[in-house]
Design a protein around this ligand. Sequence first.
Ligand code: ASP
Length: 327
Amino acid sequence: MTRPRILVLSLGGTITMVPSEGGGIAPKLGAAELVASVPALAEVCEIEARSPFRLPSPSLGADQVVAVAGEIVAGFAAGFDGAVVVQGTDTIEESAFLLDVLVPGDKPVVITGAMRGADAPGADGPANLLSACIVAASGAARGLGTLAVLNYDIHAARFVQKSHTALPSAFLSPLVGPIGAVIERTPQIYARVARAAALNPSAGPPLPVALLKWAMGDDGRLLAAVPDLGYAGLVIEGMGAGHVPASVAPLLGAVAERIPVVLATRAMTGPVFTHTYGYAGGEIDLLARGLIPAGHLSGLKARLLLGLALRDGAGREAVVTAFESYQ
Ligand code: ASP
């Protein structure tokens, strides 16, 4: 029987890390070594293993993930049935989101990593890689966009967040929960998430976007500097449903006259509001001053979407359109 052909791309992360000469663990293993360490993969799919990067994920840039998206698009055109991206867990939620909006079509893209190093007792990397390939090779995952698969859970890219620094169960989708699980080596999908229109990976990396979290008593003195620092846009994580101190609202309005400003929330999850609070600095005030609601996207994901939407000289209207799918 022919097995599905899966492209495995390793970018680095703890899953590839072993003790280094300088102390601590550091990325070393490539995709071929990761795949070779899980013999059960041979029962699941035929794999082509590539290692474009060997980086800790805090050093992974959006431009590199956009290049990976382009490699997956080319791989699908060349006949691969699915793709698995292996990387550090620190930025998985951002890479997952980028891949979700940049890779069109129904073929599954699955991202995974590990919380324990490759040499650690109870290393979770091999089980996660096996689960990721099972999902990528499965018809059940078609049409779901990019999925993050760790600890047997299957998360949709738009919802997944790293929620703990240490536990193998670090990944949650606080808004809706995981959309499935890998049970007895079979993906069980409990909910299907509608996909947003794909953006073009060949249009390049996201433009630079600043991300500011609002804190009690912050008078907004950083705001005036943002447009002159070369940022193409700004995302703010407001308080609660999308609020700032009254005195900050006009400062944000002044920035929004120069560059697009997206309103997200610093709360762990939930959408920003659009028409409930009428006080100065509330969401009605901020939206009237030109801010664009992030919907249920986190600040991290909203920052990437804003940067992608602004490519090719696009302006505010393109941003509003890009965020419509997340309201
Ligand atoms: N610091 C590591 C990284 O993101 C953490 C991990 O992979 O779990 O590369």
